[in-house]
Ligand binder design. Structure first.
Ligand SMILES: Cc1cc2nc3c(=O)[nH]c(=O)nc-3n(C[C@H](O)[C@H](O)[C@H](O)COP(=O)(O)OP(=O)(O)OC[C@H]3O[C@@H](n4cnc5c(N)ncnc54)[C@H](O)[C@@H]3O)c2cc1C
Length: 477
């Protein structure tokens, strides 16, 4: 690693004094993401305001052999934006221009530091729609969303953010500014490098600009909360909804405990008449006049057929929002009230009930001090497995048991041919577990791709897989 003070003054010449931060508060603030599992220890924070400035910083770091950590809204849940080894954090928060909303080809082009919610709003102001959505919409940035191939609640209808990225501009670890696919919808000229950058967690390039696809907005949206007798009813209900609802846009699962925590801690009213072992929140777009009535009839039929035992269909936008809040608020509610270890996994959809059953049995049997609460985007096979500390164990024992429990959970994921990270990425948190989901051969190919984009290994080293020179794992809490 080069002389950091020299690097800081060179960066100041390029970016200006106020765009280079070295005070302890800034280092702590920019050095970690949402999980706060790792102790931040960056040596410098830089705030470029244009792609050329990003390029200049990467070149400086390459010359001096200084590692860089790209930083978006730092809402990541895998430690991907953590700088724990004296790295330079490069935050794109000053790069927040929306260049264009093109109504002809229905695209939006913006800098990578634009927050997701602003993209949704800009699309809406032009009468269009950007459907990727999740609860950190107000703080996560499009660069971070693309670097993690973010998912969210509407993947069942609209796919992951990968499906919405028409073109990217990025700076590679070599300091080259590359334009990947521009604004083309058809381009079969060899490898699609754009898709390598998407989901690469800042290890291949720093995304500086994105062109995103937009669509016609739905006329309206309704939500339906269903009470289920057991997790065994999830799949029959999903099949029924897919058959009956043309515009199914979300199919979200909450265990009873997840729902009760939100109702209790947020002081909300239970919209259903009593508690149930499992809940499904359905979102459906209403694109024709008969749709609201069709929705009510459909869920009446589901009730008659015994697929659900309780139901409420939203009758206004406000009520639809109230129902979505029950799902949206789970993550933050659990984090505010418990010592908690989060896991985000996926298994093939048909394996969901068996996986849930095996998960609860395995954890209850082997780790009585841990309590598992599950919710998630079950229509995509994506479950958020939250491990909560109970009062029977102390903090140190909790973290130690979580490490063991991770192996138990990931063995089950592997058994069902699932993924140890569905939408949050690998980052630092899951890199040691990567072999549960990826073969040695695959990991070696990934290392080769990393070398091609970043020959000096300066971009987010140690994330996804261990960097060769990275002898010590980062310090955990
Ligand atoms: C309450 C809560 C709910 C969430 N729900 C969801 C959900 O439903 N679906 C979902 O997918 N995620 C979810 N997340 C996770 C998180 O919000 C997403 O991963 C988000 O896409 C991260 O964006 P960010 O800007 O905060 O990125 P950061 O956390 O800053 O960074 C994430 C990764 O991207 C890299 N990176 C950041 N910017 C760039 C760039 N410009 N170029 C290259 N690399 C970059 C970083 O180095 C890091 O590896 C949730 C998080 C929280 C806290």
């Amino acid at each position: 690693m080069g002389d950091i003070n020299r690097l800081a003054s060179q960066a100041q010449e390029i970016l200006g004094r106020d765009a280079v931060l070295q005070d302890e508060q800034s280092l702590q603030f920019y050095g970690r993401d949402w999980i706060k599992d790792f102790k931040p220890a960056p040596s410098l924070v830089v705030l470029p305001a244009a792609a050329e400035q990003v390029q200049a910083v990467v070149r400086l770091c390459k010359e001096s052999g200084t590692p860089l950590v790209p930083s978006g809204g730092r809402t990541g849940l895998s430690g991907g934006a953590t700088a724990a080894h004296g790295e330079v954090v490069i935050s794109l928060e000053r790069m927040r221009k929306i260049f264009e909303v093109n109504r002809i080809d229905r695209t939006l082009t913006c800098e990578a530091g634009v927050v997701l919610e602003r993209i949704q709003a800009a699309a809406s102001e032009s009468g269009l729609y950007f459907p990727v959505d999740f609860s950190t919409r107000g703080s996560s940035q499009i660069g971070g969303n693309l670097a993690t191939n973010a998912g969210g609640i509407r993947v069942i209808k609209y796919g992951n953010i990968r499906d919405w990225a028409v073109g990217l501009v990025a700076v590679t670890g070599n300091g080259d500014l590359v334009r990947l696919n521009g604004a083309l919808f058809k381009n079969n000229t060899g490898y699609d490098l754009r898709h390598l950058l998407i989901g690469s967690e800042g290890t291949l390039g720093i995304i500086t600009e994105a062109t995103l696809r937009l669509v016609t907005p739905p006329k309206d949206t309704a939500r339906v909360l269903c009470g289920l007798r057991s997790n065994d009813d999830i799949l029959p209900l999903l099949a029924f909804c897919r058959d009956s609802l043309r515009d199914l846009s979300a199919f979200e699962f909450m265990e009873r405990r997840a729902m009760q925590e939100v109702l209790h801690h947020r002081g909300l009213r239970d919209p259903l008449s009593k508690q149930h072992p499992a809940y499904i929140l359905v979102e459906c777009e209403l694109n024709d006049q008969a749709a609201p009535q069709h929705l009510t009839e459909t869920f009446g039929k589901a009730y008659e057929e015994g697929l659900i035992v309780d139901v409420v269909v939203s009758e206004s936008r406000a009520q639809a929002q109230e129902l979505m809040n029950l799902r949206d608020l789970i993550s933050e509610t659990l984090s505010s009230h418990y010592t908690l270890h989060k896991n985000d996994i996926s298994v093939p959809v048909p394996a969901i009930p068996a996986f849930l059953h095996e998960l609860h049995s395995a954890i209850n049997e082997a780790y009585p001090g841990l309590r598992v609460v599950v919710f998630g985007h079950v229509g995509d096979g994506n479950l958020h497995v939250n491990v909560l500390k109970t009062s029977s164990i102390g903090d140190a024992e909790f973290w130690q048991q979580c490490r063991q429990a991770d192996h138990t959970i990931f063995s089950l994921v592997q058994k069902h041919r699932g993924s140890i990270s569905a939408e949050h990425g690998v980052g630092l948190l899951k890199r040691e577990f990567l072999p549960y989901s990826r073969s040695e051969e695959e990991i070696e190919i990934m290392r080769g791709i990393k070398r091609a984009f970043d020959p000096a290994g300066i971009l987010n080293p140690g994330k996804i897989f261990q960097a060769k020179h990275d002898e010590s794992p980062p310090q955990k809490r």
